[in-house]
Design a protein around this ligand. Structure first.
Ligand SMILES: Nc1ncnc2c1ncn2[C@@H]1O[C@H](COP(=O)(O)OP(=O)(O)OP(=O)(O)O)[C@@H](O)[C@H]1O
Length: 371
């Protein structure tokens, strides 16, 4: 049985970014596809065969909360890059609405869009996009220059973000003198220099080797903690998505397959596709106690140790196995359920390829933000 934990959606009023019915169709007479149900309902391959069109993004609706790290994940070709470019209309959507801070972005003219892209959004790309003939400090301050800020202001702000991303001492180097990881730090600093409301990342670390990649992921986690920016982060890497994302949108062939927190995707996959996707994830590192707590049985002692519902199974394992009493899962003084060896071992000893799903828990995700 699958756990049915409901995380309420962020409603439109408190969303920073609200996307409704978004489509991007490439190909001849693309506009007709979202409008005509007999075309809109075709899967990607059938649509391509019938019309020559590709639905890169199909009928996506979701809200992004202020301060959230929203991850868009999917295999190559699933539509991630197209989606993230549609958000600022670098790619013009075919249908749907885009509301940012209450403003209808699809109604914005070119001038307004340019201003928004300059002041509210910053993008970090896979291939850094640095200007090779400019020093680090001048790459970082480029956006401020375009915005017409004075040289002393630019320098001050550039230095601030260079320090923030750990590039101090490299201000006067040229990009080619830096390693890939350092170049991406310049990309990050440049994106932060504008003090945008939203940072958009398109597979920023895919070109980096695994160690540097992990280091840069940690850097994003740290920066998010320090500057608290809203982030939309595109990746095809599940572990990256789980590490960074408050919520993850899993896409396939342009459509949304599941939107949820990492533990929801792992604990309650929406279908076999998601189940396959998360099959190799070490569940004990992702699932929290709220997923495995059960109601106490008749006569069971309730004087065991207490843990919070957001404790990872991995962190609770030692205590649960060492305790001769069931561990109580307690939230704000309220008993949500108990956990014994059986519940822990079902997760920890689970072979990677078994069809595992969390059991329903009495625990309520009451301490989650109201998404
Ligand atoms: N300009 C275009 N013209 C026609 N088809 C396009 C265009 N851009 C993207 N597509 C198609 O749209 C689909 C989604 O592409 P997109 O690049 O958004 O996917 P992705 O998930 O970002 O993949 P990747 O990780 O490989 O970049 C693909 O089938 C792609 O071939």
């Amino acid at each position: 049985m699958t756990a049915q934990l409901e995380y309420p959606e962020i409603d439109d009023d408190n969303a920073l970014l609200s996307i409704q019915g978004l489509w991007k169709v490439f190909g001849p007479k693309a506009q007709r596809v979202p409008r005509r149900p007999e075309l809109a309902s075709l899967d990607r391959a059938a649509l391509a065969a019938k019309t020559g069109c590709t639905a890169a993004v199909r009928d996506l609706s979701f809200n992004v909360a202020p301060g959230e790290v929203f991850v868009v994940m999917g295999l190559s070709g699933s539509g991630k890059s197209t989606l993230v470019r549609c958000l600022t209309r670098l790619i013009e959507p075919t249908a749907g609405s885009l509301i940012f801070e209450g403003e209808d972005l699809r109604a914005a003219d070119e001038k307004r869009l340019r201003a928004l892209r300059r002041s509210k959004f910053s993008m970090v790309f896979q291939h850094f996009g640095l200007l090779p003939h400019r020093k680090v400090i001048d790459n970082v301050s480029y956006g401020l220059e375009v915005r017409g800020e004075s040289k002393p202001d630019r320098r001050r702000r550039a230095q601030e973000v260079i320090d923030l991303v750990g590039l101090a001492g490299n201000e006067h180097k040229y990009p080619e003198q830096l390693s890939g990881g350092m170049q991406q730090r310049v990309g990050l600093a440049r994106a932060l220099a504008n003090d945008p409301d939203v940072l958009l990342f398109d597979e920023p670390f895919s070109a980096l080797d695994p160690l540097i990649r992990r280091e840069m992921q940690n850097e994003v986690v740290r920066l998010h903690r320090e500057v608290g920016k809203t982030m939309v982060f595109v990746t095809h890497d599940l572990s990256e998505a789980l590490k960074l994302g408050d919520r993850i949108l899993l896409m396939r062939d342009g459509a949304a397959i599941q939107l949820g927190t990492g533990d929801e995707l792992v604990g309650a996959p929406a279908d076999d596709y998601v189940r396959d996707f998360v099959r190799d994830v070490p569940r004990a590192d992702v699932l929290t106690l709220r997923w495995i707590a059960r109601s106490p049985r008749d006569g069971e002692p309730l004087d065991g140790p207490e843990l919070g519902p957001d404790t990872l199974v991995r962190e609770a394992t030692r205590l649960v196995l060492a305790s001769d009493r069931p561990v109580k899962v307690v939230d704000g003084g309220q008993l949500l359920g108990v956990i014994g060896d059986e519940e822990i071992l079902a997760v920890v000893a689970d072979p990677a390829d078994s069809h595992w799903t969390a059991r329903p828990s009495d625990a309520q995700p009451s301490d989650r933000p109201a998404f």
